[in-house]
Design a protein around this ligand. Structure first.
Ligand code: ADP
Ligand code: MG
Length: 343
């Protein structure tokens, strides 16, 4: 008969990593979210070989205090919520305190950081070990740099599932694009193998926002987009939706954010589809970049570890608000629906 034993911290983290760290893109998502949570206004992402060899995320956010460095890498350690009540109104991207622990258990990870108060930099390194963290002095400007090397070096079974460098990079770039659309107030820079792929400056005006959307979604989208900004019942919907004539053969240009968080949600998809129903050809998909802002208390973000899903307390109201707002906007351009579809 087999005896029961506690998992070692390393194995527990590696198992948890299975949920959060699927590929380089998922690492980038977590690291950039941490930079956003740290209040960064500029994030630089450098990757080599599709991220498999190296991913480096550098920010100018608040940094991590020297004594917190080992904690940052521990499982269930977070500076973002302290009690259950906080979960009700969580506005940060992170809160589970799992990402760094998971990532460090399946890679060689190094954090450099400097808080303004401490005025000196610190460095912590791990190598998929039993969470032993070495902390030592190292120069770094205010903010943090997290370097992840050799993803899955110690988990060959997972490494086998990685695709080509190009495919992995495409996924990773998609993450950056989605995040860049979610935070116009932050500058994003992405380099792959030393080559600049995106250099997106902070946007201060609607014009600059539209430039960023054009650069991320393609100029054709922006040329065919209607701007929306409407409010009701404590909900605000704003962003850009493509004219029905700019429909797509795939649902590949659909970005929806709730309080800055990228989400995929059936209720939202349904509301948008309904609004386009009479103006879109059968089998075509609408294109949109939309932002819903609401009281954080009416959405539950703690549904899934990747936090891509949310649950609305009152789904009906949100659905109707989305549908009505978009339907009204599209009703005004109905005659255009006669044209042939493109895209
Ligand atoms: P979570 O984001 O859910 O709190 P993580 O494992 O992603 O968990 O991060 C653990 C902690 O490390 C965070 O709560 C935060 O305090 C700190 N941290 C991680 N990355 C950064 C960063 N770029 N800047 C400042 N603090 C960071
Ligand atoms: Mg995090």
């Amino acid at each position: 008969m087999s005896r029961i034993k506690l998992l070692s911290p390393r194995l527990a983290n590696q198992i948890a990593a299975g949920e959060v760290v699927e590929r380089p893109a998922s690492v980038i998502k977590e690291l950039v979210e941490n930079s956003l949570d740290a209040g960064a206004s500029r994030i630089d992402v450098d990757v080599e070989s599709g991220g498999v060899k190296l991913m480096r995320v550098r920010d100018n956010g608040g940094g991590i205090a020297q004594e917190d460095m080992p904690l940052a890498l521990s499982r269930h350690a977070t500076s973002k919520i302290y009690e259950l009540d906080d979960l009700e109104k969580v506005v940060s991207m992170g809160f589970r305190g799992e990402a760094l622990a998971s990532i460090s258990s399946v890679s060689r990870l190094c954090i450099l950081s400097n808080t303004q108060e401490q005025g000196a930099g610190w460095k912590a390194e791990t190598e998929g070990r039993d969470m032993q963290v070495e902390v030592g002095p190292a120069p770094h400007p205010k903010g943090s740099t997290v370097e992840v090397r050799d993803l899955f070096f110690n988990t060959p079974a997972r490494r086998k599932f990685l695709r080509t460098e190009k495919t992995e990079f495409n996924h990773l770039e998609e993450v950056i694009k989605r995040q860049a659309l979610g935070r116009f107030d932050v500058g994003f820079h992405l380099r792959h193998n030393g080559k600049v792929i995106h250099a997106l400056k902070n946007c201060d005006s609607q014009l600059e926002q539209e430039r960023r959307v054009a650069s991320v979604c393609g100029p054709a989208f922006m040329q065919n987009a209607l701007h929306i900004d409407t409010e009701a019942m404590g909900l605000r919907l704003w962003g850009w939706v493509a004219l029905p004539t700019f429909s797509r053969s795939q649902a590949d240009l659909q970005h929806f954010y709730v309080n800055g968080r990228v989400i995929r949600d059936k209720l939202v998809t349904h509301a948008v589809r309904q609004a386009y129903r009479d103006v879109l050809f059968h089998g075509r998909h609408p294109a949109f970049v939309l932002y819903l802002e609401c009281d954080p208390a009416i959405v539950d973000v703690n549904v899934h570890p990747t936090k891509h899903e949310v649950r609305f307390r009152d789904g009906r109201t949100v659905h109707d608000f989305l549908f009505r707002s978009l339907h009204r906007l599209l009703a005004d351009v109905r005659p255009d629906a006669q044209h042939m579809p493109t895209g």
